[in-house]
Design a protein around this ligand. Structure first.
Ligand SMILES: Nc1ncnc2c1ncn2[C@@H]1O[C@H](COP(=O)(O)OP(=O)(O)OP(=O)(O)O)[C@@H](O)[C@H]1O
Length: 343
């Protein structure tokens, strides 16, 4: 449905050429959700804006639903863009129009008959769960409600593709979850292909089928979410995954945590499981082999396909010498292990 082939984009900055995208190629199959993740300035916005030619690539090819976008006339491009919806971090609603009228706008612009507009907008309001807000103005809505209006508005034209430019970055975690669920629902029910950009791996983990990691304008890794999560190759990808899995030490432990060992305190270890880790019952083996008990303080284990990955914080009931043996044992199972301190 979306194909970017060898896209390069250079900007002229202070009389010098700056390469924002370098030879980027990606392909999104119909009906899939594809995420592009990267840090600030990596080139994510430039990349997604190349799909509907809000940004014209310096070289390369953009094909959407079989159409070579760069070969279209202005009229054909306007028509093609109607098939490509886009939502933004800051919603871009018209403050002088009600919720209903914001959603109706694209239909008015395409001269849709009034009765049809009423029916379509009412259906869309139901789809995004905002029937009771139709007469309200954007200023009285929460961020999540504003994004629902923006989603309904972009769906009014029945697009085949939805581009999401950091669509949940301005929202709190709970609202983010509900918007991601809505996007997944739209993808499934309406068979809309979604390309999203984000700097948050949990967004990718929640709804994407495939992911590409962008750094300095280059795609440095791409594959299915299961593959990338279970076998990340680059440090950047590993860091993004770690941020999606990060777990907090409970307050009580934070207060008691010291850097140095002390009588009566136990080492607190952080174990990181990746797709490379051996899937053995390591905690019970530790107890059996070394006679050392472990207490799980906090854990977050996830599965990508059949591969387990995640983070676990454990308290080890042993003296300092013994803990080195335990760490060596975990490392032999390819579980990355670190002493966080003593509690
Ligand atoms: N119109 C422009 N003119 C000059 N440079 C630009 C232009 N647009 C983007 N850039 C540069 O291209 C690089 C990539 O920008 P882009 O906005 O695509 O990054 P991003 O990954 O979306 O970042 P963020 O998450 O902070 O929005 C940046 O260094 C930016 O300064």
């Amino acid at each position: 449905m979306i194909e970017l082939k060898n896209i390069t984009k250079t900007f002229r900055k202070k009389n010098r050429d700056f390469t924002a995208l370098a030879d980027v190629s990606l392909s999104v199959e119909k009906g899939k959700i594809f995420g592009v993740i990267g840090a600030s300035g990596a080139g994510k916005s430039t990349l997604i804006r190349c799909v509907n030619l809000l940004e014209k690539p310096t070289s390369g090819m953009v094909v959407v639903d079989g159409q070579d976008m760069l070969s279209l006339s202005a009229g054909q491009l306007a028509e093609a863009r109607r098939q490509i919806g886009m939502i933004f971090q800051h919603f871009n609603l018209l403050s002088s129009r009600t919720v209903f009228d914001n959603i109706a706008l694209p239909l008015e612009l395409s001269n849709t008959p009034k009765a049809e507009i009423n029916k379509r907008v009412t259906d869309l309001l139901t789809l995004v769960g905002l029937q009771d807000k139709q007469h309200d103005y954007p200023s009285s809505l929460s961020g999540g409600q504003k994004q629902r209006v923006a989603i309904a508005r972009t769906l009014a034209n029945n697009p085949k593709v939805l581009l999401c430019d950091e669509a949940t970055s301005a929202l709190d975690p709970e609202t983010t979850g509900s918007i991601l669920k809505l996007l997944k629902d739209i993808n499934r029910r309406m068979d809309i292909t979604i390309l999203l950009i984000t700097h948050e791996m949990h967004v990718v983990k929640s709804i994407c089928d495939e992911v590409a990691v962008i750094s300095n304008g280059k795609l440095i890794e791409q594959g299915t979410v299961a593959d990338i999560f279970s076998h990340p190759k680059t440090d950047l990808t590993k860091n993004f995954i770690a941020s999606a899995l990060d777990i907090e030490l409970p307050e009580d432990f934070k207060e008691r945590l010291t850097d140095a060992p002390a009588p009566g305190k136990h080492p607190l270890l952080k174990l990181e499981f990746s797709g490379h880790s051996v899937n053995d019952p390591v905690l019970s083996e530790t107890a059996r082999v070394f006679g050392i008990d472990c207490n799980i303080i906090s854990a977050r284990m996830e599965y990508a396909g059949s591969v387990k990955f995640g983070v676990m914080l454990i308290e080890v009931y042993s003296n300092t010498d013994d803990v080195e043996k335990v760490i060596t044992f975990f490392e032999s199972k390819l579980i990355k292990t670190q002493i966080l301190g003593y509690v």
